[in-house]
Design a protein around this ligand. Structure first.
Ligand SMILES: [Zn+2]
Length: 247
């Protein structure tokens, strides 16, 4: 693909929300010449709005707005990104992400701590210093920083790739989308933590023999792959429904 003949549409251009065609200069009552979608749907009747998290006019508390937006992102990601106002650049979306990074960092670090201290019983050689709680408290901020760094990196790579392909996805817009995507870490963190904690308890209470460890590791590996695929798929849903956004 030749990047030299690709031009990213200007921020002031109106794109068809359906196919990305530049609608500048066309009558607003007409239809997109490329896909037939009503032009008003991309311009005047654009459905993009602030998510509940940012909408203080709902008269709801911050916890309700956090939970409501989390549920929207997790259960209806396509619809969420089709109706997300993408051109708002304050700290609100970042704060949403910070809460989710903290929640899922605690879950990931918890799973890691249980897993590590359970399995080092079978290992010879140097042991982890401190107990599982100390390990958890150290690993939680490290995991948080890892999620933050991964998001920044994914944002830069996405904006770079999009510009190369002529898509209007500047870094602040990509990051805003990724900040809301962080809600998808919650089901992933819960699944991972539940699997590790449930297995640990099942062996401790002798519901399962220690001979099942290998099968447990296989299940855990498959789960990691499936959850990584889920995170990628939802990321793609988010970007696909953002790349022709006009507001
Ligand atoms: Zn179109």
């Amino acid at each position: 693909m030749a990047s030299s003949d690709v031009i990213v549409p200007d921020e002031s251009s109106v794109l068809c929300e359906g196919c990305g065609y530049t609608l500048d200069g066309l009558p607003t009552t007409g239809q997109c010449p490329e896909c037939g979608r009503a032009i008003a749907q991309s311009g005047a009747d654009n459905k993009r709005k602030l998510p509940a998290w940012e909408d203080a006019s709902l008269g709801r508390g911050v916890l309700w707005r956090f939970a409501s937006t989390t549920a929207e992102v997790v259960f209806r990601p396509g619809r969420f990104y089709q109706t997300l106002a993408t051109r708002r650049h304050d700290r609100a979306a970042a704060r949403f992400a910070q809460l989710h990074w903290a929640l899922s960092a605690a879950l990931f670090a918890g799973a890691l701590s249980i897993h590590a201290f359970w399995f080092q019983r079978y290992q010879v050689g140097p042991k982890l210093p401190g107990g599982p709680w100390v390990f958890w408290m150290v690993m939680t901020p490290i995991t948080y920083l890892f999620l933050w760094g991964t998001t920044r990196l994914a944002g830069r790579l996405t904006a770079w790739e999009a510009a190369y392909r002529g898509l209007r996805l500047p870094l602040p817009v990509v990051l805003r989308g990724l900040y809301y995507h962080s809600a998808h870490y919650l089901p992933v963190g819960l699944m991972g933590f539940a699997t590790v904690a449930a297995y640990y308890q099942a062996v401790r209470w002798r519901w399962l023999s220690e001979g099942t460890a290998e099968r447990y590791l296989v299940v855990l590996c498959v789960e990691v792959l499936v959850l990584a695929g889920y995170l990628f798929k939802t990321y793609w849903t988010g970007m696909k429904n953002t790349m022709y956004a006009n507001r």
